[in-house]
Ligand binder design. Sequence first.
Ligand SMILES: Cc1ncc(COP(=O)(O)O)c(C=O)c1O
Length: 475
Amino acid sequence: MDAVGAARLAGLVGDLGAERGPRYAALAARLRLLVADGRLPVGARLPAERELAPALGLSRDTVTSAYRRLRDDGWALARQGAGTWTALPAGPVRAGWVPGPVGEGVLDLAHAAPAAPPQVPAAYAAALDELPRLLPGHGYHPGGLPGLRARIAERYARRGLPTTPEQVLVTSGALHGLSACLDVLLRRGQRVVVEDPGYPNALDALAAGGARPARVPVALGDGDGAVAALSAAARATGAPLAYLVPDAQNPTGLTLDAAQRRRLAAGLQGAGTLALVDETFAELALDGEPPPPLAAALAPGRSVSVGTLSKAVWGGLRVGWLRADPPLVHRLAAALARRELSGPVVEQLAACHLLDGLDAVLAERRPALRASRAALVAALGEHLPSWEVPVPSGGLFLWCRLPAPTSSALVAAAARRGLHLAAGPRFGAGHAFEDRLRLPYTHPAPVLRRAVADLAAAAADVAPQDGPAPAAYVV
Ligand SMILES: Cc1ncc(COP(=O)(O)O)c(C=O)c1O
């Protein structure tokens, strides 16, 4: 497994100034967080103490004690004379950006994934009723059940992007579809334009495929700036591919409007860059009408769209899709078949019912999310007035700005109070976004209000003075 150099590790560890207690414990806690959220791979060889100590400005004894603490807690292994490797302790801990089980009494605010709506069990019951019709066949449906492909195509047509069922491939969720796309579209060492910050699993998949990301800063409230910068990066790097989340971008919440989409499409086309459009949050516009799909502004063959029912309905369904033009669909279908011959039938039958009733599901989900968003914003304004809380027009989360670069320290302090958070740097590269925290509003308002009170207590543990007067709040 890879070794991680002292300079790189020091960059990932960042500033420990906000951590309370002995330095060795603070360093051990930060290294544990890096392993737990996947920024530091399991099985990575850590630098020798004598190399890491000067890179961090700490004593060698401090690093030695931190490594010992990691070993004692199961987060590292040592072989006599050969070094120290990151590891996972036994028990229900998951590395990487994977929503795992959380402990009893722990609230997961790290992942933005809503609970299933009541329509899900009914859709499964209906699917089981229909199953006998399909049982005489072999059960393999490469590309997906025809009825499901037709419904997905129909939904695109309603959103302003005429689509035939043959242009749709069913996947086991958006991430599965995205990985299959990268198999087909990405060569090692290739430049790929990406938004910064971005969705950790997609950035990890790109890194695993050998992409060289051209990171483009994006921010809520500056869609024009994002479009100009993304187009300029495509032109400057000649990147063949751009991975984009134009609807409620994860984590900033930025949604590009129709005019911005047209300009971005022109910019990408001018640069010869294919758009890999992740539409995970496209159905979750909360304020006003959703803009048309980005692919509608792109010429045929210049985009692949990745969709899913995970956020509009439920992540446990594991039903998503790809949409592309026919020549590309054939190559993508082959890549999908190499990964998984065909998807599960009952889930796809249930997805047909859920798509038939999607407007009704969303008619309940959107107001519930609006109420939770308002409650979270209000609670943050009350308990953490020094945090900047820009409010996105859709999606599932707020990308808060903290008054100091204490995100990782806050994650550790909040864990002691039963809150599972994702540190801001998990959404970027290296040590950026240490002054950011993504907070999902996927829980009901009373849960979020209690969580913010606990979060404020954790923030006080990290930085006793909660800074100056409130920034503007926009609901
Ligand atoms: C931008 C983005 N793409 C893809 C996914 C994964 O979706 P799925 O559960 O359908 O694989 C997520 C999940 O949070 C996401 O935020």
